[in-house]
Write a new protein. Structure first.
Length: 422
């Protein structure tokens, strides 16, 4: 009953293909039940994000083809159309894969932390659907522990590697009292949404969003308890801003140096942190020469990001070492579970033989026979019954010249030169 990790991601499939095999959150429960009923798995979990769709399964018969066919059927795709984009990992490689995914080592942005939350959501969905067995349950718990260890023992997630996060990280360095500050965001696109999210999570006191379309500014500001203004209102509010971050598609400057200079006077030359993420630029580069202005461009942040990415790559090498040892740790546990069935069967057989011999001895005692003779007979009979299978195996292996089996039995019974070992 091998473990399987099967799926596709941003490295193997274009977004058009990823969209077609994505699972909506409200469809995970019925999809998991259908996978268990028809997909050849006895336990399963589905991880579905914008960058990947992955199935983690315990297979009923060790053949993954039924799972692949189920994935295609569920999304109304031909299996032949899916094959070029899929990867499959079994047993130890499957364990390694999920550990790397949860630790951010397989992400589009190396070390990004969001994926761990998405893996936890996949686990919770599978758990609520009753789709987890003992092995996947243990694998997910092990995965969460290892991902936490990677975050704790390495610097994989410390250095920012997105312009939005880098901008906010710089703001924190300049303003130790960030929760007491006001930020003006110019633009309301995806990048500014990330900036707003990072600032909000950092506890910014006041957030003002300016945009050409006021409705879009309202929508973004409302998501983070902010305030929306039109672009024409920027001169009236600029002096309130301790930091200004701009990313628009405007062909010309949004803020010129003279306006910024006037605002500094109104602020009595309190520092103003400015980040221009736009190309072409939104903020007059001459403003960088003004006292009390800290102006960074997207190129400045890219230099920081490249250095931080190198730092993350060094941390990733450390993380891989942690994962190597933790894969073996989990596989050792898995092998123990595989042996548990045989151990139980061996013990049950020994206990059945014991009960049989003991019952016979008790009947003989009830008939008044000599207790010493009965005990001696019990010991001999039990020894003979317990030793018959290995002795027969040794004789058969010796007769066939089967050195491997001979060595196995000798090791199993701790034999040294025909004598019991220590």
């Amino acid at each position: 009953m091998p473990l399987l990790a099967l799926g596709l991601n941003h490295q193997t499939a274009p977004v058009g293909v990823r969209e077609r095999v994505a699972f909506a959150p409200d469809r995970l429960h019925p999809a998991l039940r259908d996978l268990l009923d028809r997909g050849g798995a006895y336990e399963a979990a589905i991880l579905s994000t914008c960058n990947r769709t992955e199935l983690y399964c315990g297979l009923k018969d060790g053949d993954s083809r039924q799972v692949v066919e189920w994935l295609g059927d569920y999304h109304r795709l031909q299996t032949v159309d899916l094959w070029p984009y899929l990867y499959q990992h079994a047993e130890g490689r499957a364990v390694r894969h999920i550990l790397r995914v949860a630790s951010g080592l397989d992400s589009l942005v190396l070390g990004e932390p969001q994926i761990l939350g998405q893996v936890k959501a996949a686990y919770q969905a599978a758990n609520s659907a009753g789709a987890l067995g003992m092995r996947l349950e243990r694998l997910f718990q092990h995965t969460f522990a290892v991902a936490k260890q990677v975050r704790t023992d390495t610097r994989i997630g410390v250095s920012p590697v997105s312009v939005a996060f880098a901008a906010v990280s710089l703001a924190k360095q300049i303003f130790a009292d960030l929760p007491q500050r006001t930020a003006l965001l110019i633009g309301a696109g995806d990048t500014m949404e990330l900036v707003a999210r990072h600032l909000h999570e950092s506890g910014i006191r006041r957030l003002v969003v300016a945009n050409r379309t006021l409705e879009r500014a309202h929508a973004l500001a409302a998501s983070f308890a902010g305030y929306a203004i039109a672009l024409e209102e920027i001169p009236a509010h600029l002096s309130e801003a301790d930091m200004v971050i701009s990313a628009t598609a405007s062909p010309g400057l949004m803020l010129d140096a003279s306006l910024i200079h006037r605002c500094l006077k109104q602020r009595r030359h309190q520092p103003m942190f400015m980040v221009d993420l736009a190309v072409p630029r939104d903020i007059d580069p001459v403003a960088a020469d003004l006292d009390d202005v800290y102006l960074y461009t997207v190129d400045d942040l890219k230099d920081i990001i490249q250095e931080n990415l190198r730092s993350r790559q060094a941390a990733a090498a450390q993380a891989e070492e942690i994962i190597d040892s933790q894969v073996e740790h989990f596989m050792a546990w898995l092998r123990m579970q595989d042996s548990a069935v045989s151990i139980r069967a061996l013990r049950q057989r020994a206990e059945a033989l014991r009960d049989e011999v003991l019952a016979r001895a008790q009947r003989q005692l009830a008939q008044g026979k000599d207790p010493a003779e009965i005990l001696n007979c019990l010991a001999n009979t039990l020894t003979n019954k317990l030793m018959h299978p290995p002795c027969a195996g040794l004789r058969e292996a010796a007769a066939q010249g089967d050195v491997e089996t001979l060595t196995l039995i000798q090791n199993l019974y701790r034999l040294r030169d025909g004598k019991p070992g220590p």
